[in-house]
Ligand binder design. Structure first.
Ligand code: AMP
Ligand code: GLY
Length: 416
């Protein structure tokens, strides 16, 4: 069995660690969090050099990178240059998430269906464009913004204030000095991952995130408040998603000299004209991973080896029957300034499992330490049952200020 180092510290990385553990591998997670300690060895945060040293000292067979930031910072380039097996895109390839303008350009050149768009570096030009535009318009900070850099403006006033906070007030720092303004796409959303060796790829089951904070998709956007999988009604688009989206994007990235290897996430809007790309991410989604990996019955280590050996087309992904639902328990105040250090109480009798994210330790107990605190995940034979059981488990969890959505996985039951 192999030794794996997972980089990251959220619910996604907890689910990744559990996926490796399920197939008998030993997993280390850095920086991890205290909620993962039963499933993996938690290693304090390391810089790239310390990570490389750790890999040598502990004879780690594989590094798997969870979040976008270390990928955008070039962790894969650094470790690869030292002969370390690492799954994830290089810094150049990770721009598909790190710069929305880059992603749109690649999509345009590869003919991938996506919203029409314009890129602006200057507030005045963007403002005058928006004066004469039709509404709604979608305004996006170019760089990384933890899933929060998108505003759907219903009129010019909203659009202008979004622009001003991104470009002038720099609420997302340098990520907002450039903005992408794009057409509003009507439809329903789903996401899918591809495991790719740069040339070939295999796609996972479809899942669905719930980004707005409140029930009925109301309130501000978050990093994701819950997810379910599989989304059966998306299956009929799989062929098109593979041929019209993943295949051309990977080809153009190869041709551009920034071959993409690792996990590529496509966030899709299913429109009247078929699937269109809302965004690419250079990694697994969070919280989608918490519903996709528990259903994956193929060893993630074997998949990783196939990515590294450029034989991903030899891999067949096997999926468990049934459905998974994950509900995020978030801190009071999230996605704005949120409460911290609140004691987490978990009653006995949980039927399923929790993936921990923003938690810390205080004495023997766990306390809240982040915006999204944990993901309560249930697996069951039907979507309704999985949802019921996830909420039943959630009712056994308490911390001051806890927020969650009541309708994860509810709106699409009709499609199944
Ligand atoms: P992103 O961070 O790009 O995934 O955007 C966050 C959320 O904003 C998406 O999940 C969509 O719900 C919404 N969104 C982004 N772009 C568009 C668009 N062009 N049309 C409609 N909704 C969008
Ligand atoms: N769930 C969306 C994301 O991971 O960006």
């Amino acid at each position: 069995m192999s030794k794996i180092l997972v980089i990251g510290g959220g619910g996604r990385e907890h689910a990744i660690a559990c996926s490796f553990k399920r197939f008998g591998h030993t997993t280390f997670v850095s920086p991890g969090n205290p909620g993962m300690e039963n499933d993996a060895t938690v290693v304090p945060k390391m810089d790239f050099k310390e990570t490389a040293d750790f890999v040598k000292d502990y004879a780690i067979d594989l590094v798997f990178v969870g979040p976008e930031q270390p990928l955008a910072d070039g962790i894969v380039d650094f470790l690869q240059a030292r002969g370390i097996d690492v799954v994830g895109p290089t810094k150049a390839a990770a721009r598909i998430e790190g710069s929305k303008a880059f992603a749109k350009d690649i999509m345009q050149r590869s003919g991938v269906p996506t919203a029409a768009y314009k890129v602006f570096d200057c507030l005045d030009d963007a403002t005058s464009y928006l004066k004469s535009a039709g509404y709604p318009q979608v305004i996006k900070a170019d760089g990384l913004a933890a899933g929060k850099g998108v505003v759907i403006a219903q009129d010019y006033d909203e659009a202008r204030s979004a622009l001003e906070s991104m470009m002038r007030d720099k609420v997302f720092g340098e990520s907002g000095s450039r903005v992408v303004i794009e057409e509003f796409l009507q439809g329903w959303e789903t996401s899918v991952f591809a495991f790719t060796d740069g040339q070939h790829f295999v796609t996972t089951i479809f899942s669905q995130d719930h980004k707005p904070l409140l029930d009925g998709d109301k309130g501000p956007n978050t990093g994701g408040m819950g997810a379910y999988a599989p989304v059966r009604s998306a299956e009929k688009y799989r062929d098109r998603v593979e041929k019209e989206i993943f295949e051309p994007v990977l080809r153009v990235m190869r041709e551009e000299g920034c071959e993409y290897r690792g996990v590529l996430y496509a966030g899709l809007m299913i429109t009247e004209d078929g699937p269109k790309v809302v965004e690419f991410n250079c990694r697994f989604g969070d919280p989608e991973t918490e519903v996709v990996l528990p259903l994956l019955d193929t060893d993630l280590f074997e998949i990783s080896q196939a990515i590294l050996d450029r034989r991903i087309d030899d891999i067949e992904l096997n999926w468990g029957a049934g459905y998974a639902v994950t509900v995020v328990a978030a801190s009071g105040g999230y996605p704005g300034k949120y409460m911290k250090n609140k004691l987490i109480q978990i009653d006995d009798g949980l039927r399923h499992r929790i993936y921990f994210a923003g938690v810390g330790r205080d004495g023997d107990g766990l306390v809240t330490a982040g915006g999204r605190v944990m993901m309560v995940t249930a697996l069951a034979s039907t979507l309704d049952k999985a949802r019921e059981e996830a909420y039943e488990d959630l009712s056994r969890i308490r911390f001051e200020g806890m927020q969650f959505r009541n309708d994860i996985g509810a709106k699409d039951s009709r499609n199944l």
